[in-house]
Write a protein that binds this ligand. Sequence first.
Ligand code: NAD
Length: 483
Amino acid sequence: MNTPVRFELFINGNAAPASDGRRLEVRSPANGELVGSIAVATAEDVNRAVGAARAAFRKWSSLTAYERERTIKGALAHVRAQADEIGLLMAREQGKPLAQARSEVHGACDTIDYFASEAVRIEGSVNPTENRSYRSWVVYQPVGVCALITPWNYPVSLLSWKLGPALATGCTVIVKPTSVTPLSPLAFCRALVEGGIPGGVINVLTGSGAVLGDALVRHPGVAKVAMTGSSATGKRIMAAGGPLLKKISLELGGQCPAIVCADADLDNAANVLTYKKFRNCGQSCSAVNRVYAHRDIHGVLVAKTTALAERLTIGDGVSDVALDLGPMATSEGVATAERHVADALQKGASLACGGRRPDGAAFARGNYYLPTILTGATPDMDVMREETFGPVLPFAAFDTVDEAVALANDSAYGLAAFVFTRDLATAHRVSEALEAGTVCVNHGAVNTNYGPYAGWKDSGLGMELSRRAVFEYLKTKHIKVQL
Ligand code: NAD
């Protein structure tokens, strides 16, 4: 079942080799074995894909919203039937346990389904006019060809956040997945087209971000760029696409704080912190990256969270469906975790658990790192300022809620924040004061299809999810008529 796969580019509904025949290997983060290979797109391939997407745009955008809704929902049934296979590819290339990978594919289908339903609810408006003979109305039209550039931590889910509104509004797309996890998004897109989305509406090009990604951002035939990735890459995309006046939306990095007040339900807080830090090995933009716990409950909360973290099972997710954690997706991720832990310990933090790679032959060839908890963290530590994107959770104690809010907001990032309290007034005041696009009170379910997800500060531009996100893929037109 785990033989290497060979994927080509996907242009106009057909598999297409790169014009110069170049290929790249994809290897397992669990053991380094070959998972498959991809074609490396050239500038000529970019022109071919953009041409196909532009041609398909004429027909796809002229369908009625109801026709698009039916077509997309029909295709999703076909994708869902292949979720096991696509999930297996994801587990093999990304490292997350198989059950989580399969559930991600189903969740991505749900997101695209949510947006397909939205397609028929994009309403324009009629304005009162200054003169009886004028008529004025506002309509929304699809922007055109969109480049969808995605990262490796949730390779199919984060694609669906873009693909859903793009397809529903009548846009056509060039998907550019990361070279770390290109196979599952390719298989996902191919399944959508096999299920009935017309060829040319979804095209997939694989290759490096700096070359292929940049070429897509600058291509005159691409009207919009939607990207999820690091803040550094997002700024590069703005520098390239901004002067060309492209419509750009960016979901970028996070350094998400959690404030746990003295009156919080500590069992709930410990459960949420364990989930929101260690699931997917902390490789989530909205992972809790630092905890501020009231001094009165700090020791108990650390003990409860440590007990939960130490119970998490870790291993090759492809071979055991019941595991909590797989390997990290890249060896660079392990290196960052190690650097953050070493820096924190050197500056005075203490280790409550983890702090190293696991022992044993089963882990020797993979990117494994144990769930790690640090105490005594201070603002000068890298782990409190940079995005760790790994399974390392630092705790600091606070005395007043105002002090905790100030510490939480002292960050270049503003993606998500968490607060735990039983007091209604504290819940409201703190969530209003936190500088973040999403605030979760007493839970960790950051992303829901109906909730807008918009990074503040270095965490992004524009938004994804919720019915509002369709406007990231639409142009506004005011039509005024004199009778
Ligand atoms: P990355 O920035 O390295 O790459 C993201 C994508 O951009 C990849 O497809 C890459 O090939 C492409 N790319 C790289 N350089 C480019 C360029 N110059 N022009 C165009 N495209 C380019 O990110 P990553 O390492 O794949 O993913 C991890 C990062 O993503 C983390 O910082 C994480 O916080 C962030 N992330 C954010 C969210 C969110 O919703 N805010 C969600 C998940 C991940």
